[in-house]
Design a protein around this ligand. Structure first.
Ligand code: GLY
Ligand code: MN
Ligand code: MN
Length: 435
């Protein structure tokens, strides 16, 4: 993302906060993994969205109309000794020169300076609950003003930031769509590589390695821990152990995506380890593939958030009835949610900087209407767990999910993760060609 994009977002954000408001956004803290070792740093998405700044120990403050500057940053000082160990820091001069801050202060001075910036405001915008340690500090600054009694003004309202910022983040700009498309393309290559590498007898982690290789080769990281689930493991929704042997006759479910320039992809494919679906596997797979196609077709402006899910539910329920797993009339089966033991999650979620991205799914208690620029996943699945009561043996242990990332456009659905085989025939053809 270039500086122009961040500047545009700040203009929009400042006008939403409005005069009389002050918004406070903390950077993500560093998180210890174990002694002296940190998890790889990932900036807070809201903070990054409006700053483009990737250092910890920073706080961005937006004060629309403030004469001395509207975008202020508290950040770490330059420190040659620390920079020798940990790498460069922008420092106050750097954030003004390169990140568009109007004014900048050492983070160590925030207790002294910020209460004075909050004092004249009417509304303080801050997201409570995301960074609990920081919540205490914000409350502390407000408490300090209150304690000063009559001599200080105290902001009347503490307003959650989410609604403003997350409405902005929900509609993706041209540059954001380009980043999402790139993240999608890299993940498509990773899935292709894993599908080409599978054979009975190798281990799930070996396919995980193929995915990770492609992600790192393109300077991306996984946007969430990859799921590589063979056989029964595919029926465990959040399986991440990835340590089992892949057997002849297994289906392999891979759910993996990457993060490119802070934007995520999220793809799932399910394929036979030996290149050919068994009869029952093909039956289940085909139902899910048809459900996905029906759901993607509903990703159109003017449809509401739940239309794709409704389409998936209908296709899945009909499919399960046609192969005898469910018995009864289609409308009654749908109404009774008879599919839920086998399809227990929703058909998708918003996608953006966060894999499960921000944005309300309902407005005033009604499903939100889809608009151009929204991006979501479409990911129906069927999980016929071993040991399910009243389920014929031949179905048990089959887990299938098919997931793509879809942009709403005026012209209909635009699949950002196009290029992977989707129907059962396409999967078998791809795997035969890759061998
Ligand atoms: N990979 C997480 C999800 O599909 O929602
Ligand atoms: Mn996924
Ligand atoms: Mn997903």
């Amino acid at each position: 993302m270039n500086q122009q994009e961040f500047a545009k977002r700040r203009r929009q954000f400042l006008s939403m906060v409005g005069r009389g408001g002050v918004a406070i956004l903390p950077a993500a803290p560093e998180r210890p993994r174990n002694k002296d070792t940190l998890y790889p740093y990932r900036q807070d998405s809201d903070f990054y969205y409006v700053t483009g700044f990737n250092e910890p120990e920073a706080v961005a403050v937006f004060a629309p109309g403030r004469a001395e500057g509207e975008f202020l940053m508290f950040c770490r000082d330059r420190d040659p000794l620390r920079e020798q160990w940990d790498g460069p820091r922008a420092g106050q001069e750097g954030v003004m020169a390169h990140y568009g801050a109007d004014d900048a202060f050492p983070i160590a001075d925030i207790d002294e300076i910020l209460p004075g910036i909050l004092e004249p405001s009417e509304r303080v915008y801050y997201s409570v609950g995301t960074h609990p340690e920081f919540d205490q500090r914000v409350l502390g600054w407000l408490g300090l003003l209150r304690a000063r009694g009559q001599s200080a003004h105290v902001p009347d309202e503490l307003v959650t930031l989410d609604h403003l910022l997350h409405e902005l983040r929900l509609i993706k700009s041209r540059r954001e769509v380009a980043a999402l498309r790139r993240a999608g393309k890299i993940a498509v290559e990773a899935h292709q590589r894993a599908m080409a590498a599978v054979k009975p007898g190798i281990y799930e982690y070996q396919l995980d390695a193929e995915l990770t290789y492609v992600f790192r080769k393109h300077n991306t990281v996984s946007s969430y821990p990859p799921i590589v689930a063979a056989g029964n493991n595919a029926c465990v929704l959040h399986y991440v152990a990835n340590d089992q042997r892949i057997e002849d006759g297994d289906l392999v479910l891979i759910d993996a995506g990457c993060e490119y320039d802070m934007y995520a992809s999220d793809i799932t494919r399910t394929f036979p380890a030996n290149g050919q679906f068994s009869g029952p596997q093909r039956d289940i797979y085909t139902i899910v593939a048809e459900a996905q196609a029906a759901a993607i077709d509903k990703v159109r402006p003017g449809n509401h958030w739940n239309d794709p899910h409704d389409a998936a539910v209908k296709t899945i329920t009909r499919g399960l009835r046609d192969i005898g797993i469910l018995k009864g009339r289609l409308p009654s089966l749908i109404k009774a949610e008879a599919y839920r033991p086998y399809f227990m999650h929703r058909t998708g979620h918003w996608l953006g900087m966060d894999v499960h991205d921000v944005g309300d799914y309902k407005v005033d208690d009604h499903w939100r209407l889809l608009e151009p620029g929204m991006v979501m996943t479409i990911e129906p699945g069927l999980y016929l767990s071993p040991g399910q009561r009243r389920l014929a043996k031949k179905w048990q242990g089959i887990g299938v999910r098919i997931e793509d990332d879809v942009l709403v456009t005026r012209h209909g659905p635009d699949v950002l993760t196009a290029g992977l085989p989707t129907t059962a025939d396409e999967v078998e053809t791809f795997m035969a060609a890759a061998r």
